[in-house]
Design a protein around this ligand. Structure first.
Ligand SMILES: [Zn+2]
Length: 468
């Protein structure tokens, strides 16, 4: 055995949803060999190369972030308190046009570091601007260096100028197809399977039918998946209807993009028919409540989706509309937003939110056989949670409640992917100079703003306080 964790509370999220209050978990060659009551596990596996006594601490499955735009971590705080069209035109598009490979690398390092600090072990990044070559590789380099589980969604837009898409970040279909195939052939299923490639058309209204069908054919030929923003706003639905003659999941049905390997992002404005269709075809949903609140997109009808049997995972979304990557804040926000949206405190529970951040997230990205719960045979992606790192999480009566409602990133003590610690006792094991990376990310973000002519920062910032 490589690793034996004992004397722990273990929240498995297995099919029986077992919690072992005096539990142990044995890990070998990156997979869970056994998990259960401590006496049972220790009888089979009395020792290991590394033994950790986790007195008073909790093991959770690693958290899964099903939606992100890592390049946006350099843009935190530049688009606050704006309507979406200004958010796009004054900040996101100008920055996207000037991205260099060094920017995407530092953006991804920064975003992944924050994610890992909050217990994230897997994420799906959705990289839609491609003003020059090499930007994808910067993000994939960060995934590899940090040894996290990373799905890289190769984004694109080949139309949509009529709806405000910036022509400088549009590409033609041939260029998109060539780069997508290159990424599949270079990276898909590498790093012990931790890296996967998906397609990620930016929106249904910024990609024409021919391009969307091409993407669908390519991902299916590699046994992979497709993720797309769907029904984020009424504008999204109206533009999709104008371009394709149908909206929401009706549009996906019309295009033939249907199946369990389709992950729809946001889905704030899905109607009842859309939800029934999503259930029928097993289309998955990524729910991004912090971003939906920040951009005033609305409240996604999550209880209705869950009642219909739709799988819903959680996403932080890009840091330009969050403005962080914090999975713990995301879980609490998920619960509170539904409670206030439905005026019903029973509309969602802490347990359901944890399922969304773990096993349902795994299902949303097609990895439920490998990750998302702590079960023998699955990959050893897990979090060690220590309530005693701050007063907020004490007393801990119910570990799931404490995690969702009473914790912070500080309580995430250690994080492992494939049985290897990427964060140990609060320190990043794959990084020699954490401060150096943070300073480099700050410098890179400042340089990008200068190149993009983004002026509402530092000395250019003006105090905004609307008149009463
Ligand atoms: Zn997004």
């Amino acid at each position: 055995m490589d690793l034996l964790l004992k004397n722990a509370v273990i929240v498995t999220v297995n099919p029986q949803r077992e919690i072992f209050y005096h539990g142990a978990m044995a890990v070998n060659r990156g997979r869970i060999a056994a998990v259960g009551p401590e006496d049972v596990v220790l009888k089979a596996y009395p020792t290991a190369d590394t033994v950790m006594d986790l007195d008073g601490k909790v093991i959770f499955p690693g958290f899964i972030n099903t939606h992100n735009h890592l390049f946006q971590t350099l843009l935190k705080g530049l688009g606050d308190d704006m309507v979406l069209s200004d958010w796009l035109s004054t900040m996101t598009f100008p920055a996207a046009q000037y991205l260099e490979p060094e920017d995407t690398y530092y953006a991804a390092m920064l975003g992944c570091m924050e994610g890992i600090s909050s217990g994230m072990t897997t994420q799906l990044d959705y990289m839609y601007p491609h003003p020059r070559e090499g930007l994808d590789d910067g993000i994939l380099r960060a995934f590899k260096e940090l040894k996290i589980r990373g799905i890289f969604g190769r984004g694109c837009m080949n139309t949509g100028e009529q709806f405000g898409v910036c022509p400088a970040i549009m590409q033609d279909m041939k260029a998109i197809e060539a780069d997508l195939v290159r990424l599949f052939d270079t990276y898909h299923n590498t790093e012990n399977g931790r890296i996967q490639i998906w397609a990620a058309p930016a929106a249904l209204w910024s990609n024409d039918e021919e391009n969307l069908r091409m993407l669908w054919d390519v991902v299916n030929s590699y046994g992979s998946g497709l993720t797309v923003h769907v029904s984020e706003t009424p504008f999204d639905r109206a533009s999709t209807a104008k371009l394709h003659g149908a909206e929401g999941t009706d549009c996906l049905e019309k295009l033939g993009i249907l199946g369990p390997n389709v992950l729809m992002v946001h889905c704030v404005h899905l109607n009842h028919g859309d939800i029934l269709r999503a259930a029928r075809y097993d289309l998955k949903v990524s729910h991004n409540p912090v971003s939906n609140m920040y951009l005033s997109s609305g409240i996604a009808p999550i209880p209705e989706m869950l009642a219909a049997g739709v799988t819903v995972g959680l996403g932080v979304d890009g840091a330009a509309s969050n403005n962080g990557q914090d999975m713990i804040e995301l879980m609490k926000t998920t619960a509170l937003l539904q409670k206030v949206g439905t005026l019903d405190p029973t509309s969602i529970t802490a347990e359901k939110v944890l399922e969304m951040a773990t096993i349902d997230g795994a299902r949303a990205i097609g990895l439920e056989g490998e990750i998302g719960s702590l079960e023998a045979g699955k990959k050893a992606d897990f979090v060690i949670f220590n309530p005693y790192r701050n007063p907020k999480a004490v007393p801990m009566h119910n570990p799931v409640s404490t995690l969702v409602y009473s914790s912070t990133m500080e309580n995430i003590e250690s994080v492992a992917v494939d049985g290897e610690f990427v964060l140990l006792d609060g320190a990043f094991t794959m990084i020699d100079d954490e401060q150096g990376i943070l300073r480099d990310a700050q410098r890179t973000a400042e340089d990008l703003c200068v190149r993009g002519g983004i002026t509402n920062r530092l000395e250019g910032h003006t105090w905004r306080n609307p008149a009463p």
